[in-house]
Design a protein. Sequence first.
Length: 159
Amino acid sequence: MSNQRLPLLINVGFFQNLPIGSYRDIHFDYPTLELPPDLNLTDFSATVHISRTPQGLLFEGKAAATTPLECVRCLDPYDQKLDTDFSEVYAYRTRNFTESGLFVPEDGNIDLGPVVREYLMLALPIKPLCRPDCQGLCIVCGENLNLASCEHQARISLE
């Protein structure tokens, strides 16, 4: 069903001969997964429900993973959990319109990697924080205030 280079590749060619309303559920689990060009994930898990429609195939799915990020306050690396839901229609013919412009290729193989990557990228926080109460760095000496206090913080709080 999948390979090392395209781990989210699905062969859906058999759907074309199935009646409208037919469906399949596919589950993916990977301890590590790279979605090119720049999304490295761990503990990746996804479930995709594929339904045959008059226009093509409806993909409805949920994906969850963890990715390494850097806190914007303290600059420490941490693991960010990501969760997303997605829904896309892949049309059978180019004359069938889909909002996303996705079509079922002639060979019947659909790589969900780019779609899943896009939705997971949208789930990334704009300002990643290692924890909600992160104290950040001292503006004078750069000390990580989550780990220790510095002499500057005592003076700043007195002023």
